[in-house]
Write a protein that binds this ligand. Structure first.
Ligand SMILES: [Zn+2]
Length: 240
């Protein structure tokens, strides 16, 4: 190596080192004024941690049992059990103005999709919410997750369904039969010519008995989808 090339390399290394120090300093200043908190336990994060603290990272309830069976769907892929800190985090995401969590949740869902979905997917879609619910909440939690997964996996995002009724929340229904009846006929297909004959990935935040996803699958398949795979952030441990 010539002397000038060696000098150039040294300058480059020093500049890179300097940039890293500045970046650390900037993160430290940001943390000082806007402390970042763990998505799951809300503890203030250490400088080297991002999104989740080391303790939660070790203890997250990964969904590692037989996938939920959803009538009409080819499969249902879920990331977490819907319990403890995961449940709290999802409630903050939906009702506590934490739309920003979608970025982190979407990354995990994209990874689960890549690892577990055996089918080539043509487009990604989501479970819609009613206009009234949208006004209250300001965003559709399932759509935000679908956007993140779609961006990360380069899948086209298509609105395939709309909700025509503001029915009571599924969480208020006592039995599986009530849940099925509560969602029957509340979804309608949107522009099916855009997705007829396509394999769809249907995203929702939480699956419990699978009634909502099953009703969406029924409408999608009746309107001409070739097949539907479901992807959720969390799933309850037992069907209620
Ligand atoms: Zn934590």
């Amino acid at each position: 190596m010539t002397r000038s090339a060696a000098l150039g390399l040294e300058v480059q290394t020093r500049t890179r080192g300097c940039r890293q120090v500045l970046k650390k300093l900037w993160l430290w200043v940001l943390d000082l004024f806007f402390p970042r908190k763990c998505i799951f336990c809300q503890r203030i994060l250490e400088l080297e941690e991002s999104d989740v603290c080391a303790e939660c990272q070790m203890e997250l309830p990964i969904y590692d049992v037989t996938p939920k069976s959803v009538t009409g769907a080819e499969a249902c892929i879920s990331v977490f059990f819907y319990e403890k800190n995961v449940r709290e985090a999802i409630l903050r995401y939906k009702f506590g103005r934490k739309e920003i969590y979608a970025q982190y949740f979407g990354k995990l869902m994209a990874a689960a999709y890549s690892a577990k979905c055996p089918q080539t997917i043509d487009a990604i879609t989501w479970v819609p919410i009613s206009k009234e619910r949208m006004r209250e909440r300001g965003f559709n939690q399932a759509q935000r997750l679908a956007e993140e997964v779609g961006n990360s996996r380069n899948l086209p995002l298509i609105k395939t369904l709309k909700k025509t009724e503001n029915n009571p929340a599924q969480s208020q229904m006592q039995s599986a039969a009530q849940r099925r009846a509560n969602v029957r006929g509340v979804y309608l297909p949107v522009d099916p010519q855009q997705w007829v004959g396509k394999q769809l990935l249907l995203v929702d935040d939480v699956v419990t008995t699978g009634s909502t996803l099953a009703e969406c699958c029924r409408v999608l398949l009746t309107a001409g989808a070739a097949g539907v795979y479901c992807l959720t952030l969390a799933a309850t441990r037992n069907t209620e």
